[in-house]
Design a protein around this ligand. Structure first.
Ligand SMILES: [Ca+2]
Ligand SMILES: [Ca+2]
Ligand SMILES: [Ca+2]
Length: 318
């Protein structure tokens, strides 16, 4: 029949069909026309469908981020062509839909583009030309919370460091002017008592700012702290810079310092730390009630006047 169509012949009433003794040719005999035939396939016939593969097992799901869940499973099949991954969302959900596939012998899959703080449940099955396996067990994971960044907050209290701190008077001129970015400055004139340029030198003026009024929820993970200074200096020579240290216990203990670029005679913004910079320690939510920011003015000259417009802090947590 196949050959008849191939030859473009008209429909023909068959007289009879034969299959030869070796079962390799199917022949159709018609009235008044030739014999048409097709070759039969060999042993195995036209192709026996395989049985569906064994089901995967041991499916596990874990949140990799606020938008990604990682799956892993055991591959129990030797004849699969791949795996089908199905997902539903919401606690206790049961309305699964296929969201992806994995190749033969795969044992993992990353599901991306998910919503934060959301429960997802998964199941996986193997597949081949014969059909799909039974499903694996189901496994659930809840994506992590998204990042939250506070507003940039300013302090409402300050205190000069009065011993082992250069002139021991910090920003002696209107230190409260550093609470807000408004072009009005706290000033530290002729700063320091030596040409040392180390942030930890006792010859450098130091000043603490605090009472930032943060309200960080309990149980979150602090991801980073950004300190934003607005500042200028009377002369940019002698490498004038500001060092910043943070304290989480009201000034008893301090982080290592981070340092601005060389200041200029124009008011400019300097950001130290950042959304993914924890200043070398693990912070707790409660630490921010006791947060202090210490500014240390350094230059290889004692003739520099440092002007600080603002010392803002922004916290990123998850
Ligand atoms: Ca396999
Ligand atoms: Ca001073
Ligand atoms: Ca100001």
């Amino acid at each position: 029949m196949w050959q008849r169509y191939q030859n473009g012949l008209p429909n023909t009433v068959l007289q009879y069909l034969t299959i030869d003794r070796g079962a390799t040719t199917l022949a159709a005999f018609t009235y008044g026309r030739s014999v048409y035939s097709i070759q039969l396939p060999g042993a195995g016939g036209f192709g026996t469908l395989p049985t569906p593969p064994n089901a995967p097992s041991g499916l596990g799901a874990s949140a990799a981020s606020s938008s990604q869940v990682s799956l892993s499973w055991s591959d129990n099949a030797s004849d699969e062509t791949g795996f089908k991954i199905e997902r539903c969302s919401g606690v206790g959900c049961s309305s699964f839909a296929q969201v992806g596939t994995a190749g033969a012998n795969a044992t993992s899959y990353s599901d991306t583009g998910l919503a934060a703080s959301t429960s997802y449940t998964y199941r996986v099955r193997a597949t081949n030309g014969g059909g799909d396996s039974a499903y694996s067990n189901t496994a659930s994971a809840t994506t992590l919370a998204g990042l939250t960044t506070t507003p940039l907050l300013g302090p409402s209290a300050n205190a000069a460091v009065t011993s082992s701190a250069g002139d021991n008077n910090g920003f002696e001129g209107s230190p409260a002017n550093a609470y807000a970015s408004d072009g009005v400055f706290a000033t530290d004139a002729s700063s320091g008592t030596s040409t040392a340029t180390s942030c930890t030198s006792t010859a450098k003026d130091k000043h603490d700012f605090y009472n930032y009024g943060f309200s960080i929820p309990g149980g979150v993970a602090i991801q980073g702290i950004a300190v934003q200074l607005r500042a200028k200096v009377s002369s940019a020579s002698s490498a004038p810079k500001m060092c910043v240290q943070l304290s989480w216990d009201g000034g008893t203990t301090w982080t290592a310092a981070q340092t601005t670029a060389t200041l200029t005679t124009s008011n400019a913004t300097y950001t130290l730390g950042g959304a993914a910079n924890t200043w070398g320690r693990t912070w707790a939510s409660g630490d921010f009630a006791n947060l202090r920011v210490r500014i240390i003015n350094i230059a290889s000259s004692t003739a520099r006047t440092f002007s600080l417009d603002s010392v803002g802090v922004q916290v990123t947590y998850q």
